[in-house]
Design a protein around this ligand. Structure first.
Ligand code: ADP
Ligand code: MG
Length: 745
């Protein structure tokens, strides 16, 4: 209704674009068109949009506004008073640009609407002066200010920026907000090119709008409520897809046959004896649960969660050896090669001692060594369908879930799967730092890839999300009819637990074992947060500890562009420290660009005490296990995510000595709210479960949007906290009948 009024008020100029004339068939292929097919998008803008993960018309339409402007009343200039935000419409009489103190500029345009005139003002936007000419009609939104009418937004043509409930998109430095708004508006007519993936009945029973209408009101709502109804519809689609996928995979698994591994025997007894410590009650409990699963002929599907250093690896190796005991194979998979190597180093010795062959599967060593009892490799091991001799237990390390390396690994796998199109470059590591949503997306990608392993057949690439999931199930049924489906037992490890209720809905039917407490021998790490000007004190303290024979890590800032840049920065920092603060000590550098054998050598020397300080990128995040390393300094810690910092910190505090972690950040008043919360949380507690909850809270208030922006998340509209009831609905529907949910538009 306000909309109508505004349109008439502005009708003299350019009529606002009506809904597209083209009725008829949706043409979904258009959603894949590049953005420069839209009016007003050239190469530069296209490139900048691509940095936000926006490459196609569909990307843009699915780019949700962060919030909406409020409604503002349109008033005549004569009636202008008070300091409410209002809209005025008039004709430009003249434009003056003048400098102000401190290299600032003020542009003033005198505007009249026949009732009176007013000077509309813009600060520090000198280019505005070039856009305005006497005689132009303009619509401005703002309020009375010190120098005149202080303009917040304005429109020269269509009513867009000044509209009530105008969308405000997630900010991007290189692109002015109004440009994103303009381009989104240009793409809007294409909402008709969406097929509705929900069957009409379901849409009706759930009282949901059409997808195209939901998208339309998302970008151009008449009220906040309307926008929210649109968002909920889109969120529902995402959650339903997630749940349908989970349900159909669960159904598939129920039909899959796994080797029963009976009761633990002699090898397991020898393993327990070979360990230099007694297992904790939590580890014992997890092992009991695993043993129970392994005795069955349906595949185990269990999540082993426990904080960094809680002793998951010991339990995981137990599961692997259970396969070996039966003459079969175990596979241990990590998200990156570095992590796989680290796992390999951890378990190789004890395997040797037990007479179990163990091999690290690198690109080069493939095939030749597939016969080993325990094979360690990356997730590619399953994605590429490497044929193992007789895989019975697969352990999948997801503990790096929120880390950079894995996000990249995930994006790679994800693109291949085509679950939702390959959209993502992890643009913003900062924000990606910690996202439950990312976890889910990863989870989906993994489950997808994993399905391949489970049934060792190739899965159809779903074009339509819903029918895709359903046809996956049909495919299995068909294959099942032809041959018996066999699959290994699976154990997933994660160090970043998600709250229990979420685990159920997000991980579906995954059973969960939890190692609640680390071995008693571990002391909590004393964590402090300092700002940069106090770094010298930190190094003074560090050198004192080094003289006492301790070792340390210095973690370099996150570098977003590439691993090569990160490596260079780490090397430069190592050299600098060697010359300056740490000149009396042996400094070495560890980063992802080192060859595996070089990296191994550095780690071995550090472990042997031949290196005092390891300057590293986040490659040390997981797996490095040196008890004598008791100090960690993290530079620019405010740029890391909470989970990632917690992982990093887990590298110290592994021995009997008290350990310290120093988080260095920029000045406190320069920190974002969420960065401050993250650092405070780490100082406060060492408990990964508490931190995981905190993380969810902080992200919900701050960073989740950044994650969406980075495109690394599949959940663009849904929000696990806000949409809990929607999630439950989706889950119920998916469990009732995953198959009939085929789009029929
Ligand atoms: P996670 O994989 O959960 O991060 P790890 O399995 O790597 O933890 O264990 C961390 C450290 O604790 C390792 O040095 C490991 O040898 C040691 N550890 C594991 N279980 C025990 C235990 N029951 N008692 C003492 N130390 C243990
Ligand atoms: Mg570990």
């Amino acid at each position: 209704m306000t909309e109508t009024r505004r349109q008439t008020a502005f009708a003299g100029l350019d009529r606002p674009q009506a809904w597209p004339a083209t009725r008829g068939r949706p043409r979904p292929e258009r959603l894949g068109f590049a953005l420069d097919t839209l009016d007003g998008v050239g190469v530069t803008l296209k490139r900048r949009l691509a940095k936000l993960g926006l490459e196609t018309i569909g990307d843009l339409l699915e780019h949700a506004p962060r919030r909406y402007e409020s409604a503002a009343e349109e008033v005549s200039i004569a009636a202008l008073h008070g300091d409410e935000e209002v809209v005025i419409v008039g004709e430009v009489l003249n434009v003056v640009k003048r400098p102000m103190r401190g290299r600032r500029t003020l542009v003033t345009a005198r505007i009249t609407d026949g009732t009176a005139t007013v000077g509309a003002t813009w600060f520090n936007q000198p280019w505005i002066a070039d856009q305005l000419r006497p005689g132009m009609r303009i619509r401005v939104r703002g309020k009375n200010g010190r120098y005149g009418f202080d303009v917040k937004s304005y429109d020269l043509h269509e009513v867009r920026a000044t509209a009530d409930f105008a969308p405000v998109y997630p900010a991007a430095e290189e692109i002015p907000a109004k440009t994103v708004r303009r381009v989104a508006a240009a793409a809007l007519p294409h909402v008709v090119d969406y097929f509705d993936p929900l069957p009409a009945e379901l849409r009706e029973s759930e009282a949901l709008p059409l997808k195209r209408d939901a998208l339309a009101v998302l970008h151009r709502p008449q009220s906040e409520d309307e926008a929210e109804r649109g968002r909920r519809r889109l969120a529902f689609d995402e959650l339903l897809l997630l749940q349908v996928t989970i349900a159909s995979r669960a159904a598939e698994r129920a039909r899959t046959l796994a080797p029963s591994l009976g009761e633990p025997g002699d090898l397991m007894a020898r393993y327990r004896k070979a360990l230099p410590f007694a297992l904790t009650p939590y580890q014992e409990q997890a092992i009991r649960e695993i043993d129970e699963d392994l005795g069955l002929t349906t595949p185990m599907h269990r999540l082993l969660q426990g904080d960094v250093g809680s002793g998951k690896t010991v339990v995981a190796l137990y599961a692997l050896l259970r396969a070996v005991e039966h003459g079969r194979q175990g596979a241990l998979m990590a998200p990156t090669m570095t992590l796989a190597e680290q796992h390999f180093l951890t378990i190789a010795d004890i395997c040797l001692e037990l007479g179990v062959t163990c091999t690290l599967l690198t690109g080069a060593s493939k095939r030749a060594m597939l016969g080993a009892d325990v094979v360690v490799g990356t997730h590619a091991l399953i994605q590429e369908g490497v044929e193992l001799r007789d895989l019975a237990v697969a352990v999948v390390d997801e503990q790096h879930r929120f880390g950079v390396a894995q996000r990249q690994a995930f994006v790679g796998a994800h693109g291949e799967m085509g679950v939702s199109g390959s959209r993502a470059k992890p643009a913003n590591l900062l924000s990606g730092a910690a996202s439950g949503a990312t976890g889910v997306a990863h989870r989906q990608a993994f489950v997808g890839a994993h399905g391949e392993m489970g049934v060792s057949g190739s899965r159809a690439k779903p074009a339509n999300l819903f029918s895709g999931a359903a046809s996956g199930a049909t495919g299995v049924a068909q294959r099942k009819a032809l041959t018996e489906v066999r699959g290994p037992h699976e154990l997933h490890m994660t160090a970043t637990p998600i709250p229990r209720t979420l685990a159920l809905t997000v991980y579906g039917d995954l059973a969960v074992s939890t190692i609640e407490k680390p071995p008693a021998s571990r002391k909590p790490v004393v964590t402090t947060h300092i700002t940069e000007e106090r770094v010298p004190e930190a190094y003074t303290r560090l050198t004192r500890l080094l003289r006492e024979g301790r070792q340390a890590y210095v973690v370099c800032p996150l570098i977003e562009q590439s691993e090569t840049n990160a490596a260079r920065a780490a090397e430069a920092e190592a050299e600098r420290l060697q010359r300056a603060e740490l000149r009396d000590f042996r400094v070495a550098c560890l980063h992802g660009r080192l060859r595996p054998d070089e990296r191994r050598k550095v780690m071995a020397r550090f472990k042997a005490g031949e290196i005092d300080v390891l300057v590293a990128t986040t490659v040390i995040e997981v797996g490095v296990d040196v008890a004598n390393a008791t100090v960690m300094i993290v530079q620019e810690a405010d740029r890391f995510g909470l989970a990632q910092l917690h992982q990093l910190r887990g590298r110290v505090g592994r021995g009997a000595e008290q350990s310290f972690c120093v988080l260095v950040s920029r000045a406190k008043d320069e920190l974002t709210e969420s960065a401050r919360q993250r650092l405070d949380a780490l100082v406060e507690t060492n408990d990964g479960f508490v931190l995981a909850e905190k993380d969810l809270d902080i992200r919900n208030t701050g960073q989740l949007l950044g994650v969406r922006q980075s495109g690394a998340s599949d959940l663009r509209f849904a929000d696990f906290k806000r949409d809990r009831s929607l999630l439950e609905r989706a889950r119920a529907i998916a469990r009732r009948s995953p198959a009939p949910l085929v789009a029929q538009d």
